[in-house]
Design a protein. Sequence first.
Length: 327
Amino acid sequence: MEQKKFFELVQRNFNHKLNSSDDTGNSSRAGWDNEVQKQGYYILTKGNWFRHAHIAVNFHINIPIALAPHRHDFFEIVYVYQGEITNKIDGKLIEMHQGDICLLNANAIHQIGKMQEQTIVLNILIEKSLFENAFFYVLNGNELIFNFFANSLYKKNQEQNYMLFPLMMYQHTDALEMLQKIIAESFTKQSNYQTATELTIILLFLELTRAYRSYQERESARELNGPDISQIVQYIGEHYQDVTVESTAKQFNYHPNSLSRILKKYTGSTFSDIIQKFRINAAKDYLEHTTMSIDEIVSLVGYANKSYFYRIFREETGMSPAEFRKK
């Protein structure tokens, strides 16, 4: 959709939202207000958001319930279409500018500050079941997005419950086009728009993953003055059975401590986490495509302790190796 038509579509729906909105859902204010007073935030459940589709698009406006700290039982994309906002997430204040995207998981407690009159912010709400079904497998090859959702779905502890994509990071990709298509489909509701939004959001995540990976490579190559971070991760993946942080550091002429710091900075994962990801993925592949015993697979992928492998495998997949093989 050309930008002029998209702007007119957003503006028309935004004005309609402003004109039709009452103050806050005053009839239910006592409920969420009490939650905020007791625990510092209220829980926004999926309610009627997903009656007709697994994805819903909504405007963020200056009403008390929208400005109060809260978390959801679904995922959310905050997109600043016009203007700028502050977004306080888990106590950390984030400044977002026009074009910025913030992806929030179901554990994030956040609060958007009161907006200027001309500011337009859209929220794309995504039901959990979307990822527990088809999306979970489609995104498996894209570690950045996949890990973010998988950790939230299985309620793992995360250092950060959000991912921020500034416009400058993704502006040379098709991500903005995908994002605006989701919004336009949700507003116009043409035939099969539900399917269109679900397919398009996969493309959006793929574009954001590519953009982030490219950013990682540029920034890490500049800091390392040599190989970028993807080359180091690739080396780990090629030698995952017996590689160590010491052998990897020696290969790329770094001190092990420096290498560990660089990996954490640019991938968000420790050396051990990266190794574990490669080993578990290899184990899953052997379970799906061979008849080897689980004991053989444990040894082949580099684990010396079978009990430890079973624990890690269940944490990563939500099931035992035997259950995974049968599914």
